[in-house]
Design a protein around this ligand. Structure first.
Ligand SMILES: CC(C)(COP(=O)(O)OP(=O)(O)OC[C@H]1O[C@@H](n2cnc3c(N)ncnc32)[C@H](O)[C@@H]1OP(=O)(O)O)[C@@H](O)C(=O)NCCC(=O)NCCS
Length: 386
């Protein structure tokens, strides 16, 4: 007779293809990304990030009055308390951007008036506060580590423009392009960080706990960390002339080229084309290394060597994902190379929050099982006899 463990059917590795939740927030399929019914192409071409954040949190686009009020709420909550400013200052001494951002966001739970209240209304307010504060935290960090005082938020500016100003970005297109980047990064279904947030939320933990956990997942190089990883790789390559040998060696040692491959997209990541256009245009005025040229050559060099790869790897590297050209877009706007993943988080907070609220709106603990593959029947030997 089959034992209990033999009867369990393990899911595919990495839960590939498993539908682990229902959601009305976002549809992700090959070359398709839709936020609450609106194709990403339309939102990226026409919307403000604030409209998209409202859409994700509320289910539809705001009216003019609703948008005005939503923007006013965001503006009201941009500033950081002395408590958060102190933590930020201490942490910025040696902390990486993602560690500092995560730590300050986590610490903001301790002063949030609705901490522990998981009602829809309270979570909505907390989502607004987190969305409002994250650009301020990141911009202050960017200045602190250069030994500069933070620039206070400017109530006359929208979300992206205010961030660009606080961060000291002087590029004339910084606000416009960052607005699109935040929209493209705002939401992406059950990606690793959002799934993490939902698992934590499903224990009935609060939004700050869930978002803090999501940060942990986003940091990894297989997820949002690939933005920073892309810049590291491009810096190492240094020039288009070095691409071929870099790719040759990379394939030999099964290097995972950051910015290539996706679990869901098989032919195209619909966000990448926007970012590629930005990177191509921005390189024209960029005085440093020709990172975009390196990227184009890298795409071609990897494509040419696909026959040398395993069929699974050849299929993966066929797709350039969102992180690849986001990395150079940010760099060309004057954002340091290790800040790309944090910019990603500033956009993604809207999606994380929407999923946490959706999870709490119809909650059940997420608790899968594992198939035990270890030894059985061992006998305990007292320590004196070992
Ligand atoms: C995104 C990613 C994690 C998806 O992983 P996945 O769906 O689990 O794919 P697997 O790890 O099973 O990879 C299948 C094969 O493709 C290869 N592969 C996957 N991504 C690759 C990459 N970027 N470069 C080179 N080879 C890659 C794997 O080594 C594996 O090869 P093998 O079968 O010969 O061992 C993966 O493509 C990756 O690591 N990409 C680089 C990091 C990145 O850009 N992440 C951001 C995603 S938005």
């Amino acid at each position: 007779m089959a034992t209990e463990s033999q009867q369990k059917t393990p899911s595919p590795r990495g839960l590939e293809g498993v539908v682990a939740a229902q959601t009305a927030i976002c549809k992700v399929e090959d070359n398709l990304l839709v936020y609450r019914g609106y194709p990403i192409e339309q939102l990226a071409a026409k919307a403000d990030y604030e409209e998209v954040a409202y859409l994700l949190l509320n289910g539809d686009l705001p009216t003019r009055d609703q948008l005005r009020d939503f923007k006013a709420e965001l503006i009201k909550h941009r500033a950081l308390s002395p408590f958060l400013r102190n933590i930020l200052q201490e942490a910025s001494e040696n902390g990486t951007p993602m560690d500092v951002l995560r730590t300050v966001v986590s610490a903001s739970a301790t002063e949030d008036p609705a901490e522990g209240d998981n009602s829809r209304e309270a979570e909505y307010q907390k989502s607004v506060r987190l969305t409002a504060k994250m650009p301020t935290i990141l911009a202050a960090y960017m200045r602190r580590r250069k030994g500069q005082q933070p620039v206070p938020p400017d109530a006359s500016l929208g979300h992206a423009a205010n961030f660009a100003r606080m961060a000291g970005l002087e590029h004339p297109r910084a606000a416009e392009i960052l607005n699109v980047c935040f929209i493209l990064q705002a939401e992406h279904g059950l990606n690793a960080s959002t799934f993490t947030a939902r698992i934590v939320a499903a224990t009935n933990a609060d939004i700050h706990a869930a978002v803090t956990a999501a940060f942990g997942a986003l940091k990894g190089p297989l997820h949002g960390g690939a933005t920073d990883g892309t810049m590291k790789m491009l810096e190492e390559i240094g020039s288009p002339d070095h691409v071929d040998s870099f790719v040759e060696k990379g394939i030999e040692r099964k290097f995972l080229f950051p910015g290539f491959g996706h679990r869901v997209y098989k032919t195209e990541d619909p966000r990448a084309k926007f970012l590629r256009n930005f990177a191509r245009e921005l390189q024209k005025d960029w005085k440093g290394p020709r990172y975009f040229d390196i990227q184009e050559k890298l795409v071609d060099a990897i494509a040419a060597r696909r026959p040398k790869m395993s069929p699974a790897a050849a299929a993966k590297v066929n797709v350039v994902n969102v992180d690849f050209f986001a990395a150079t877009t940010y760099t060309f706007l004057g954002i340091p190379a290790d800040l790309g993943t944090s910019i990603f988080a500033v956009g993604r907070i809207a999606g994380w929050s929407a999923h946490i609220m959706e999870q709490h709106g119809d909650n059940r603990l997420i608790r899968p099982e594992s198939e035990y593959t270890g030894p059985v029947g061992k006998r305990y030997i007292p320590i004196a006899e070992r």
